[in-house]
Design a protein around this ligand. Structure first.
Ligand code: GLC
Ligand code: CA
Length: 566
C-alpha cells in the first residue's frame, strides 16, 4: 500500500496534531488462538492501521500481569506478558509499525505496581521497618491490635484503600495503601529507588524505539498522608486539605518535579520522546502537565464529559485552546477509551426520568455521561443506538477538524456500541467486583473487536474471545464495513486521509456560533460545521469535502457535521 503524506512521521513535533489510535492489546487481534489478543496480532493488522490513516498507536499495558486490573497491575515494567508475546515480538511490531510510518506510544503505570512485582514481594517478606517496605506505603493499623485500617480512605474501585499483610512470622501485620485494587500497591514516590527505576524503564523502551509514553494516573504519584483524613478521594473534591494547602492525594504541585526529571530523559533522544498525562484534574490545572518542561501533553477529557450541545462544545474548545496556547503545548481531544462507555452508546442514552437532576442530565434529559447510567446497570436495550451513532459520527468529524491531537479508541472507527450485556460470571473488571452495588464496570468497551462477519469470534482469533462478543457485532465487522461506502469505517478513513492533506497551522476561527450550530475555519479555508439540533438548516456555502451523514439538497440535516472548503 502506498504511504500517505508523511511529514507528520518525520517531524520532531509529530505529536502536536497526531491522530493516536489506542489499542487494548488483549482485545485487538489474537493470532495463536488462546482467546487473548497478542503482539503478533497487532503486527498482523498494521496494514489495517495504515489504511485507516493513524499517525501513532498507543498500547495499553502488555506487561506481565495477573490482570487484576486489565494489565494496569504490572509485575515487571521491562518485559512482555508471555500470554501476549515476547520482547522479540515487540521489536518486530515496532519495526513493522515504523515501516508503515506509525509511531508507537506505550503505557507507563507509575502510581502502583502489582502485588506480584519483585519489590512488593520483597517488601512483604522483609517485614516492618525494612528498607524494602519503604518503596511502598506501609502503615501500622489503628485499634488495639492494629486491626483497623490506618485511615478511612476508600479505593477508587470501592472498599478500603488499605490492605493488611501477614508478616513473615505469620502474625497479622501492617497495612499498605492501594488507591485502586488491592493487587495494586501504591509506590512511595519519596523514595529514590522508585525514581531511578522509572527512569530506567523509560530508557529501556525508548532504546527499543518507542516514540512516546502515556502516563497512567499522572496526577496521583505524590501524597501527603500525615493527616488521618477520612476524605473521599475524587479530584473534584477540592475541599480536602492535607494541612499544607494541597489535596493529600491528587495533583500535588510536587508531582511536576518527577516529570521535569523524566523530561531530561525524553530529551536525551532524537527526536525527543513524548508523553501524554492521564490526569483527571481541574481544567485550570491541566496546563501544568502539558508544559514542555514536563510531560508536554495531557488528555483533555472535557469533550468526553460534555453533552452533545453547541454551547458545551464551544465553551470546552475555547477554554482548552487558550490553555494549551498559554504553555505552548498542543491540546488533545478524546471521546472514548478503555475506561468509559463508548460514545456511540453514550450519545444514545435514553431519557431517564428517574435521573432528573442527576449530574449529566442534559438537554432533553439525555445525560451522556455513561458512568451516570449504563455503568450503573441501565438497560442497554433502551439505548437509541441509531441516534447515538449519528451523533458520535457528527461529534468525531467535528473533533477531527480541530487543531491539536485526536485520540481514538479501537472499535470507535466501526461505530461500535458498548457491549452492555455481559453475564456477571464473564466480567473481569475489578470495578465490577469491588463495587457490585454501584457500577457494572468497564468490560463493555473492552470486548474483542469484530474483524469478519463470519468465523470464530468474528475474526478476532481462531478460537474464541476472552470476553463474550454479542451477536450484533457481526454488523460492525471490518469486512462488512469495508464493503459499505456509507459505513463508519469508511467515514473515518476518508476523514483521516483528508485531515492529512488539509492539516495546517494550529489556529481556529469561529464563523458560526449559535445555540444549535457551530462552525469554524482553519487558516487554509478548511471549515467544519455541525448542526447539533434536530431540524435541518441551510447548507453553508463552500465545496463539500465530507459529511458525517447523508446530505439532502441544500440542507445540513440535524446531528450532522460537514467539512467544507471555503
Ligand atoms: C487509569 C487506567 C485505568 C486503570 C487505572 C489504575 O485510570 O486508565 O484503566 O484502572 O488507571 O491503573
Ligand atoms: Ca493470543
Amino acid at each position: 500500500m502506498p504511504l500517505a503524506s508523511h511529514d507528520v512521521f518525520t517531524a520532531p513535533d509529530w505529536w502536536r496534531q497526531a491522530v493516536v489510535y489506542q489499542i487494548y492489546p488483549r482485545s485487538f487481534a489474537d493470532v495463536n488462538g488462546d482467546g487473548i489478543g497478542d503482539l503478533k496480532g497487532i503486527t498482523s493488522r498494521v496494514p489495517y492501521l495504515q489504511e485507516l490513516g493513524v499517525d501513532a498507536v498507543w498500547l495499553s499495558p502488555f506487561y506481565p500481569s495477573a490482570l487484576a486490573d486489565g494489565g494496569y497491575d504490572v509485575d515487571d515494567y521491562r518485559d512482555v506478558d508471555p500470554r501476549i508475546g515476547t520482547l522479540d515480538d515487540f521489536d518486530e511490531m515496532v519495526a513493522t509499525l515504523h515501516a508503515a510510518h506509525i509511531k508507537v506510544v506505550v503505557d507507563i503505570v507509575p502510581n502502583h505496581s502489582s502485588d506480584r512485582h519483585e519489590w512488593f514481594k520483597a517488601a512483604v517478606a522483609a517485614g516492618k521497618g525494612s528498607p524494602e517496605r519503604d518503596r511502598y506505603i506501609f502503615r501500622d493499623g489503628k485499634g488495639e491490635d492494629g486491626q483497623l485500617p490506618p485511615t478511612a480512605l476508600r479505593s477508587i474501585f470501592g472498599g478500603d484503600a488499605w490492605h493488611r499483610v501477614t508478616e513473615p512470622d505469620g502474625s497479622p501485620g501492617q497495612w499498605y495503601l492501594h488507591l485502586f485494587a488491592k493487587e495494586q500497591p501504591d509506590f512511595n514516590w519519596d523514595h529514590p529507588d522508585v525514581h531511578a527505576d522509572f527512569l530506567a524503564t523509560l530508557r529501556f523502551w525508548s532504546d527499543r524505539g518507542v516514540d512516546g509514553f502515556r502516563v497512567d494516573v499522572a496526577h496521583g504519584l505524590k501524597k501527603n498522608l500525615d493527616r488521618p483524613f477520612d476524605a473521599m478521594i475524587r479530584v473534584d473534591d477540592g475541599v480536602v486539605d492535607a494541612g499544607d494547602g494541597q489535596h493529600p492525594l491528587w495533583d500535588r504541585d510536587e508531582v511536576q518535579d518527577i516529570y521535569a526529571e523524566w523530561r531530561t530523559v525524553f530529551n536525551e533522544y532524537d527526536p525527543p520522546r513524548t508523553a501524554v498525562a492521564e490526569a483527571w484534574v481541574q481544567p485550570h490545572r491541566q496546563a501544568r502537565y502539558s508544559s514542555p518542561a514536563g510531560l508536554g501533553q495531557t488528555f483533555n477529557f472535557d469533550l468526553l464529559r460534555a453533552d452533545f450541545s453547541a454551547d458545551d462544545f464551544h465553551e470546552v474548545i475555547d477554554r482548552n485552546l487558550k490553555a494549551a496556547a498559554e504553555v505552548g503545548g498542543s491540546t488533545t481531544w478524546v471521546f472514548s477509551n478503555h475506561d468509559v462507555v463508548r460514545h456511540a452508546t453514550r450519545y444514545g442514552l435514553p431519557p431517564v426520568p428517574a435521573r432528573a437532576g442527576a449530574p449529566g442530565a442534559g438537554e432533553a434529559g439525555r445525560g451522556n455521561d455513561g458512568k451516570q447510567w449504563l455503568l450503573e446497570g441501565g438497560d442497554p436495550a433502551e439505548v437509541d443506538a441509531e441516534r447515538g451513532l449519528r451523533r458520535a459520527r457528527a461529534a468525531t468529524l467535528f473533533m477531527l477538524a480541530l487543531p491539536g491531537s485526536a485520540y481514538l479508541y479501537q472499535g470507535e472507527e466501526l461505530g461500535l456500541q458498548e457491549a452492555g450485556q455481559i453475564p456477571d460470571a464473564a466480567r473481569q473488571d475489578p470495578a465490577f467486583f469491588r463495587n457490585r452495588e454501584i457500577e457494572i464496570g468497564r468490560d463493555g468497551c473492552r470486548v474483542p473487536l469484530p474483524w469478519t462477519r463470519e468465523g470464530s469470534s468474528f475474526g478476532f482469533g481462531p478460537d474464541g474471545a476472552h470476553l463474550p462478543q454479542p451477536s450484533w457485532y457481526a454488523d460492525y465487522a471490518v469486512d462488512v464495513e469495508s464493503a459499505d461506502p456509507a459505513s463508519t469505517l469508511n467515514l473515518y478513513r476518508r476523514a483521516l486521509a483528508l485531515r492529512h492533506e488539509l492539516e495546517c497551522a494550529e489556529a481556529l476561527e469561529w464563523w458560526e456560533v449559535s445555540t444549535s450550530v457551530l462552525g469554524f475555519a482553519r487558516p487554509n479555508g478548511w471549515c467544519a460545521v455541525t448542526n447539533f439540533g434536530t431540524d435541518p438548516i441551510p447548507l453553508p456555502e463552500g465545496e463539500v469535502l465530507l459529511a458525517s451523514g447523508q446530505l439532502a439538497a441544500g440542507e445540513l440535516p440535524g446531528e450532522t457535521t460537514v467539512w467544507l472548503r471555503r
